[in-house]
Design a protein around this ligand. Structure first.
Ligand code: NAP
Length: 326
């Protein structure tokens, strides 16, 4: 089988495609014939060795893989060969065959599209951020940075469904137009406008109730300054390239909370909550309540192109790597 390998840290172009022996499932493990795998900004950062989730070389990059079970290991009773599943591999998912533990494997409803369920991966992040961390209430004002990205667009979609007034911030008219299609009430082009002034205007006298921040960088400071009394600022990631400093007087003056979240850590500290969250996203997709925007699919051999698009801010919604005719 073929797999994408990161043999040295660096830009996506340093990835190589290699033939490898098929993985053999051990006790409590299965092998998935991959049909679709999510690649995200986190994968780009991990390949560059610029992410807290460090991986020892060599490794297979990529997120959760969806496909059909090829083989089951000893003691596996809840799954059988041929089942459609999604799961996190022992390594990343950018390989034709992915070894996964049943602890982190989910059966998919009949007929569910592999590309769509993989594209819905960011909804788990945004659902947790909005529902469990920020506890958004109807009528609240939610500002989303990087709103046309994977996490951002899912947050626009979900926040709107929760009854929030949604302010989407992104870097181009095309990206903002997509946010509008997903229900954003107000749009800010943060590369063309004075972000601090635009947030102050959009937040009105009350200020922002919630900020969803997967970007950090230079956008975080104006967003914190736009918070209203009792607001919640949720830190998700630093796609903007650096971890900004936060003047600690601001949360004091605004009586607001600055909260971090990490699905990776959630799975370590509260695996049941992480599993329930994943199941929620599968259910929402099956019920047609969420609609991941897939802007492009790439064959496995073009995984680096998918990652380069993310790195260069070209992606609207999600990119997905596919194999075996997904
Ligand atoms: N905490 C968690 O559990 C968790 C879970 C998933 C992801 N994350 C993190 O969240 C962040 C976003 O992930 P994602 O999958 O939504 O990424 P994405 O799809 O690439 O979206 C990120 C957005 O950030 C903006 N951006 C600003 N400066 C950028 C730069 N220099 N390079 C790339 N993008 C830049 C881009 O929008 P504009 O061009 O409009 O600015 C882009 O759409 C990543 O840091 C990831 O590691 C965290």
């Amino acid at each position: 089988m073929r797999a994408v390998l990161c043999r040295r840290y660096g830009p996506p172009d340093s990835l190589v495609l290699e033939d490898m022996p098929s993985p053999k499932p051990g006790r409590g493990e299965v092998v998935i014939s991959m049909r679709a795998v999510g690649v995200s900004q986190a994968n780009v950062l991990i390949v560059a060795d610029n992410h807290p989730n460090k991986r020892a070389l060599p490794f297979i990059p990529g997120g959760e893989a969806a496909g059909l079970i090829k083989e089951i290991g000893e003691g596996v009773t809840a799954f059988k060969p041929g089942d459609a599943v999604i799961g996190a591999g022992k390594d990343g998912g950018c390989a034709e065959e992915v070894l996964a533990s049943v602890d982190r494997l989910y059966l998919l409803p009949e007929g569910m599209d592999f590309t769509q369920i993989v594209g819905a991966g960011s909804y788990a992040t945004s659902l947790h951020a909005l529902r469990d961390v920020a506890r958004v209430k109807p009528g609240e004002t939610v500002l989303i940075l990087g709103a046309a990205g994977g996490v951002g667009l899912a947050a626009v979609d979900l926040a709107k469904q929760m009854g929030a007034r949604v302010i989407a911030c992104a870097s181009s008219p095309e990206k903002l137009d997509l946010c509008r299609q997903y229900g954003a009430d107000e749009l800010i082009n943060y590369d063309g406008e004075d972000l601090r002034g635009a947030i102050k205007k959009a937040g009105g006298d009350k200020g922002l109730d919630v900020v969803i921040d997967p970007v950090g960088g230079k956008y975080a400071d104006p967003a914190v300054r736009g918070m209203g009394w009792g607001g919640r600022y949720v830190i998700i990631g630093f796609a903007g390239g650096f971890v900004p400093d936060l003047p600690l007087n601001l949360p004091l003056l605004k009586g607001c909370a600055v909260m971090g979240m990490s699905l990776h850590r959630l799975a370590q500290h509260d695996p049941q909550a992480a599993k329930a969250l994943r199941a929620d996203v599968i259910r929402l997709l099956a019920e047609g309540k969420i609609r991941p925007h897939i802007c492009a699919t790439y064959p496995l051999e073009h995984t680096a192109d998918a990652m380069n698009d993310l790195r260069l801010r070209k992606v609207l919604g999600k990119v997905v790597v596919v194999a075996g005719g997904a």
